[in-house]
Each structure stands twice: as C-alpha cells, then as structure tokens.
Write a protein that binds this ligand. Structure first.
Ligand SMILES: Cc1cc2nc3c(=O)[nH]c(=O)nc-3n(C[C@H](O)[C@H](O)[C@H](O)COP(=O)(O)OP(=O)(O)OC[C@H]3O[C@@H](n4cnc5c(N)ncnc54)[C@H](O)[C@@H]3O)c2cc1C
Length: 477
C-alpha cells in the first residue's frame, strides 16, 4: 500500500518551502513537489521590507505587518540578510512631502519598541532609536564635503558616501536613512533546501510537476487527495496550493473559483565602475507606471547593482497585469511575456531594458551612466488575491475542507501563512494539538553558514547569474 502523507505541498517557492519547514519542525510528515530544479526559484526578492518604507501609498497597518513578518523571517534566515541601510528620498518633481514618510517612520519606531518589549530577540533591526535618521538640506551639504569611507559603519558615513554620487539638489528634504535591509534569495534557497534535504519529516521532490489532483474527500479513505505527477501518484490528507502565479491551475483542477491578479515584473543587473566606498540601497520615490516611477538601486558585491524602475519600459510591462477568475494564468499573458517567463529573454531586450534602467538611474546618480549590462534580468510573475495591485501583505485562504491556498505578495509573509496552515491542521483534527509552539526552527539553525554560502553560490551560477550575487554587502552573522 502506498504511503499516505499528512500534507502535500504543491509548489516549492518561498511559501511552500517555509511551510514544509514549519511542518517538519513539528515532525508533521509532508511531501513538497516542485517542478523546477531547485526550490525558492520563482520570482525574485531582494528587499526584506521591514517597515514597508518603499511604499508611501500603503497604510501604516500594512507597514507594521510587513515589519513584524520581516523580523520573523530575519530570525529564521539570518545568513540571508544584507544589513546595509536604505536611503529614502522624494524628488522635487513629486507631489507629496517627505514629512508624510517621517510620520510613518515614527509610528514604526514605536511599534518596533513594542515588539522588542514582547520579545527581546526581536531586536534584529538594530537599536529602535536608530531605526532611521532624517537629514536636513544643511546636514546633507555638510556630509557631501566629508571624505568618503570605504566600509561605512555609521549612518552619517553611509549618507556621506551616497551624497557624493547623487544629484541631491533635485530632492526634497529631509532625506531618510532607514534600517531597511536587503534579502538574498540564493542564500535563503540554499538554507531551506539543505534543511529540507536533511529532515526525515519532509520528502522533497524537485523536477516534479503536478499534472492533476483527484479529490477523494467523499470516498471515506485514509487520505483526501491523490496528487498526480508524470509517473507517480502521492496520497495526502491535506493539500497546500503554493504554486505562486500558477495557483489558479490547481484551483481549476479542483473546480474552485477565485479572483486574482497576476503581475509580471523585472529588475536589471548592471555593473558599475568601483566607487570610493559602499553605498546604501537608494530609493527615489515616484508615481508607479508614469515616466517618473520609483527608482530603486540595490547594491551587491563586486560592483553589481540591481535596478528597479517602476515605468513601462523598465520594470513594468505593457501587458504585464492580468486579472483572472480561474484557469492556468500563464496562458493569459501574451506570447512575449510567456517567452520571458520561461527564462528565454531575447538578448536584444536584455540590453535595451537594462540600458533604459541605467539611464533612468543616472537621472539621480549621474555617474551611473557609465554602468554596463551585468547579468540576466531577475524577473517573474506574482499573484495576489482579488484585484487591488496596491496590496502588499498577502493572503491565505481555505477554499474547502483540507485545502489551503497561499497567495503571498511579499516573501516575508511565508511564515505567517505556514503558521496558519499548522493551526488549520489542528482545527481540522488532521494533527493533534501541538503543546508548545516555538519561534525557532532547529532544522534551519543546524545548517552551517559555510554550507549555505557554498550552495547559494552554486544555485546562483546554475540559474545563470554571477556567483557573487549570492554574497552579502554587509554580513553581521
Ligand atoms: C521583479 C520582482 C521583484 C520582487 N521583489 C521582492 C522583494 O524585494 N521582496 C519581497 O518580499 N518580494 C518580492 N517580490 C515578490 C516575491 O517574489 C513573491 O511574493 C514570492 O516569490 C512568492 O512566493 P511563492 O512561494 O508564493 O510563489 P513562487 O515563488 O512563484 O513559487 C511557486 C512555485 O510553484 C512551482 N509550481 C507551479 N506550478 C507547479 C506545478 N504544477 N507542480 C509543481 N510545482 C509547481 C513553481 O515552479 C514555483 O517554484 C518580487 C517579485 C517580482 C516579480
């Protein structure tokens, strides 16, 4: 008789992988089915979003949720977090004032202090009184005259290095430096995969595409779903659909109807000449989808920089958003985007779009115009529940008994989703109540930093990127 797994997880992106880890931590046996060669190989992530400061248009509540979820993920994957700060500025061309950002930052400081009071181990974004610093015009001008520092350690040193490169006259003041960190996708993928490979509670199957799911909930068997792949069938009691933007494909197999939106986006990798000292992540706010959309410049090691430009000819695409009620969503993108999703970007377009991104970055960082195309774009499609594209905190839904559907918008929501699934397993009496729930995951903690680094480098290279993109600019672990 074939084995019955307690949980079958379809899709090994960050959501499915963190769910498998959370279940395995409590000894709940599960099978993780991922069609790609390795896990956490979906759309990219590079910002932790601990405070949501990249989104002036979202509510303070969403910012707080992002902060809490980011802290929890940072505690799980500390070796993946790039602890360089973020410069946040509003160009003079924008209609809103930076004071608005400052009000939110003050609410976040209070909230961060509350989280630390609840659990001192939450103090992972530095001292809460130094979560951010606001810089006036006079302070910026004074720091521009200071000598550069190769390895900045104070906020002032980071700002001093940045301001020498930035056309700060085009920006409103105050300008902020915030403890918003980077998040390295390759290192997270490496740590998650190494931990799942070691545990007996998870059967991890990569290169395994789910082609059908048979609902046997009414047949009085000791399982509720038969998950079919080419050549094998896996019987499970509880089904988790974490297929990212292909979540609708599984829904369609199960005759579920859910409204969702899918967006395809890309970020570009440029190589710049060595600059005098390290610089923070640089954010120049702007109205999404217009010619002056937000610009983000993310530093990596060895003079690589990633650029997002929220305009139609850089990060966004003319037919890049679809609203779907069901069905395999990828089918609904036009041919051009479908081809890119399969990672076959035409060489010419890599060059054109990366060069557009470089020119866009040079608006505020003039010497960036000398940068060149550095690597393949980081790209992918992501799904959100309903049709509100400004939503930043994701959803978990239970469309039927013994069935959970994950639709996260930011990678940091993965642990919240996993915990809700554990609670639902208890409520549905699939598992007994867990007496003591912990925040730690010893499966992840047992993986050494060296092993993570080695595997992360291998993954980056296998996926077609320079190995150096798996390194951290500031590693405090
Ligand atoms: C350009 C861009 C930049 C982004 N930057 C950030 C950022 O800085 N920070 C952040 O937090 N978030 C960011 N995001 C969002 C983030 O990437 C997503 O929220 C996150 O990856 C979603 O994770 P997921 O596990 O739900 O889905 P995915 O990562 O898409 O994983 C789904 C998995 O399911 C697998 N799958 C699908 N169908 C099947 C099947 N039939 N059988 C088996 N396996 C299947 C897929 O191969 C895939 O591995 C960004 C997104 C984009 C597009």
């Amino acid at each position: 008789m074939s084995k019955v797994y307690t949980v079958g997880i379809v899709g090994g992106g960050i959501s499915g992988s963190v769910c498998a880890l959370e279940l395995a931590k409590y000894g709940i046996d599960n099978i993780l089915l991922e069609k790609g060669e390795s896990i956490v190989n979906g759309p990219p992530f590079c910002h932790l979003h601990a405070g949501g400061n990249l989104y002036p248009d979202i509510s303070v509540d969403q910012c707080k949720t992002l902060m809490l979820q980011s802290i929890e993920m940072l505690r799980l994957f500390p070796h993946s977090i790039d602890q360089r700060p973020t410069w946040i500025s509003v160009p003079k061309s924008e209609k809103y004032e930076p004071e608005f950002i400052e009000d939110r930052l003050n609410s976040l400081v209070k909230y961060y202090k509350k989280l630390i009071a609840e659990d001192p181990d939450n103090e992972v974004l530095g001292n809460p009184d130094q979560y951010y610093k606001a810089y006036s015009k006079e302070e910026i001008e004074a720091l521009a005259k200071q000598p550069g520092v190769k390895q900045p350690t104070t906020f002032d040193e980071w700002v001093s290095n940045a301001v020498k490169l930035i056309d700060y006259q085009s920006l409103k003041t105050p300008i902020f430096l915030v403890q918003e960190f980077g998040w390295n996708l390759f290192r997270t993928a490496a740590q998650a995969q190494l931990a799942l490979e070691k545990t007996e509670s998870c059967c991890i199957k990569t290169d395994t595409e789910v082609t059908n799911i048979i609902d046997v909930r009414n047949r009085n068997l000791d399982y509720n779903w038969a998950i079919c792949t080419k050549g094998s069938v896996y019987n499970v009691k509880y089904l988790v659909n974490s297929c990212g933007f292909r979540t609708g494909f599984i829904d369609a197999l199960l005759n579920q109807h859910a409204e969702h939106s899918i967006e395809y986006k890309a970020a570009y990798i440029a190589k710049w000449q060595p600059v005098e000292g390290l610089i923070p992540e640089l954010i120049f706010h702007g109205e999404r989808g217009t010619a002056h959309g937000m610009l983000q410049i993310t530093p990596y090691c060895e003079d690589y920089y990633q650029i997002h430009g929220m305009t139609q000819d850089i990060t966004l695409f003319e037919n890049g958003v679809i609203h779907s009620k069901n069905k395999e969503s990828a089918e609904e993108f036009d041919e051009d985007i479908k081809q890119k999703i399969d990672r076959a970007w035409p060489e010419e377009e890599i060059n054109t779009r990366t060069k557009n991104a470089i020119a866009f970055a040079a608006r505020y960082v003039p010497t960036f115009k000398s940068a060149n195309v550095g690597a393949l774009p980081m790209h992918g499609a992501q799904q959100l529940h309903g049709n509100d594209l400004s939503l930043r905190v994701g959803e978990l839904s239970f469309p039927g008994k013994f069935y959970a559907r994950s639709e996260i918008i930011k990678a940091s929501s993965a642990l919240t989703v996993a915990r809700k699934i554990v609670a639902n397993l208890e409520n549905e009496k699939i598992i007994a109540q867990i007496r003591t729930k912990t925040k730690h995951n010893s499966l992840l903690e047992e993986i050494s930093k060296n092993d993570i680094e080695e595997r992360a480098r291998e993954l980056a290279i296998k996926r077609g990127y320079p190995g150096t993109l798996s390194q951290l600019v500031i590693d405090r672990t």
